[in-house]
Design a protein around this ligand. Structure first.
Ligand SMILES: *Cc1c(COP(=O)(O)O)cnc(C)c1O
Length: 489
């Protein structure tokens, strides 16, 4: 299968590329993104064929159906990364929390957040491709929390890839910071920057736009790739677990094959939701995808009104920081799928130039055929955490935003799959506050919640507090380029 561009072709780049090309060099013409030319058929025939398969078998079949230009042996090697999850036979458990609400737990990987679902296998493939071409790639991440640890974890000691990770010093949780600064490998560099996440992100953008920096990279023979969800190599692995979760409900006798469900996705950059959309389009019986947001409710507004307007918006810091986003990158892939490249370019240009675009009524209706959206405040999220903890189910603040969608957006009482994107242990101070437990800092909060509710803390989290800090660099924004170039040698 070939990959095409969301904003059309500029006449300089190839109009179609292979999967390998799309993931090594993910920036398409006019600042657009790569998308598959078509989707494989994963409706009833496919679903019944893989109904009894384990996760890796299903994943392999799906990647085969996309006809990607990756050797079978390499795909198998990449999928073996799921063997490092809590239960290698079932890396994504789906558990009932209500009669018709099932939580699909996407956080059982090494960094305890859903980013592992895609980044773990993706890292193996990207590194092998770079090595086969004898090329060196640099991945530059700016993180507010979960992407950084997952990116470092998948690429550590991998050949032909170097990773730099910028985080706001003082702007992440202790657990998230420790997951980064204790990651010890010669191909990784973690840099704290004085400021908030916006500062880290704009420092990264500045660097990417800098001619001096690009020239220096070229001289060193280093190319740039990306590991965020603009890279289709992330998205393809985020289609699998939607299908798996559906089949799990069939296996658990909740539904018969073919019956419709709702998928409820806590969203930021819309990568998880896009995976759900592709699964639905490929034939998974999904009534609608319900998009949960926090106080940064740009997606709710977009789905309800068809207007994407960031002109007067300031990013609000919430207790679900991985969803604190205004420009949600993967919405573009939905626009392309529904309205084609010319219209997508027009809309994205308007957003970049004027900070706003408006869909027509008809276009807006087409979005609502697949999506509905609602947002929760931090207080509403904390109340959900407390309510379900009492019933014996502990969740993190991102997952908690889904329950308002579950309660208010369903038009029918169909079974619903709620995606849990992080383990509570990554956000223990918020969870402790929600439960009325007093604790100062992550370590105390972890121990207090664990004791009060008798839930375990996984070793990868508890051990962080005794690990050696390898990366202690914290610099001002102006010093980042020098710091990076020193690291690249
Ligand atoms: C990244 C992340 C999200 C948002 O996912 P998108 O694919 O960017 O929409 C939600 N929750 C957690 C915990 C995350 O790490």
């Amino acid at each position: 299968m070939q990959f095409i561009e969301t904003r059309g072709n500029d006449g300089e780049r190839p109009a179609k590329v292979t999967f390998s090309e799309a993931i090594l060099n993910p920036s398409a013409s006019y600042g657009g993104l790569y998308v598959p030319e078509s989707l494989p058929d994963m409706s009833i025939g496919f679903l019944s064929e893989y109904l009894q398969s384990d996760y890796k078998t299903l994943a392999f079949a799906l990647l085969q159906a996309f006809e990607i230009d990756i050797d079978e042996a390499l795909i198998h090697e990449a999928l073996e990364r799921y063997d490092r999850f809590d239960d290698p036979n079932n890396p994504v458990p789906v558990v009932a929390v209500e009669e018709d609400a099932y939580v699909s737990e996407l956080y059982h990987g090494p960094t305890r957040a859903f980013k592992d679902m895609a980044l773990q296998p993706f890292g193996v493939i990207l590194s092998a491709l770079a090595k086969a071409r004898a090329e060196e790639y640099l991945i530059m991440a700016a993180t507010s929390g979960d992407t950084g640890p997952a990116t470092l974890e998948t690429f550590k000691n991998r050949p032909n890839i170097k990773v730099t990770c910028l985080y706001p010093a003082g702007g992440t949780s202790d657990v998230q910071r420790l997951q980064m600064v204790t990651e010890d490998a010669p191909n990784l560099k973690v840099i704290g920057i004085e400021g908030n996440f916006d500062d880290a992100q704009s420092a990264l953008k500045e660097l990417l736009a800098s001619g001096e920096f690009r020239k220096a990279l070229k001289k060193k023979g280093i190319k740039l790739s990306a590991a965020n969800s603009v890279n289709f190599g992330r998205i393809i692995f985020q289609i699998i677990y939607h299908i798996h979760s559906y089949l799990e409900l069939v296996r658990q006798d909740v539904i018969a094959l073919g019956e419709e469900v709702y998928l409820i996705v806590p969203s930021g950059n819309f990568g998880n939701a896009l995976g759900a959309y592709y699964a639905k389009k490929a034939g998974l019986p999904v009534r609608k995808i319900l998009i949960a947001s926090n106080a940064n409710n740009i997606l709710t507004e977009w789905i309800e009104t068809g207007v994407y307007d960031i002109r007067d918006r300031q990013l609000v810091q919430t207790e679900s920081p991985a969803m604190d986003i205004l420009k949600s990158s993967n919405v573009e892939r939905v626009l392309f799928d529904k309205f084609g490249p010319e219209r997508t370019k027009e809309l994205m240009d308007a957003l970049n130039d004027e900070g706003i675009y408006r869909l027509t009524d008809e276009e807006s209706k087409a979005i609502r055929e697949d999506f509905a959206g609602v947002y929760s405040t931090d207080e509403e999220g904390e109340a959900v955490i407390a309510r379900y903890a009492k019933k014996g189910y502990l969740m993190d603040p991102h997952t908690a935003t889904c329950f308002k969608a579950y309660e208010t957006l369903r038009e029918e009482n169909l079974p619903s799959i709620i995606y849990s994107t992080a383990e509570w242990t990554k956000f223990s101070p918020t969870v402790a506050r929600a439960l009325g437990i007093e604790a100062d800092g992550d370590k105390e909060a972890l121990e207090a919640v664990s004791k009060a509710l008798n839930v375990p803390i996984p070793r990868v989290i508890s051990e962080l507090f005794d690990k050696k800090i390898v990366h202690d660099t914290v610099v001002k924004r102006e010093e980042i380029m020098k710091e990076m170039l020193d690291f690249l040698g």
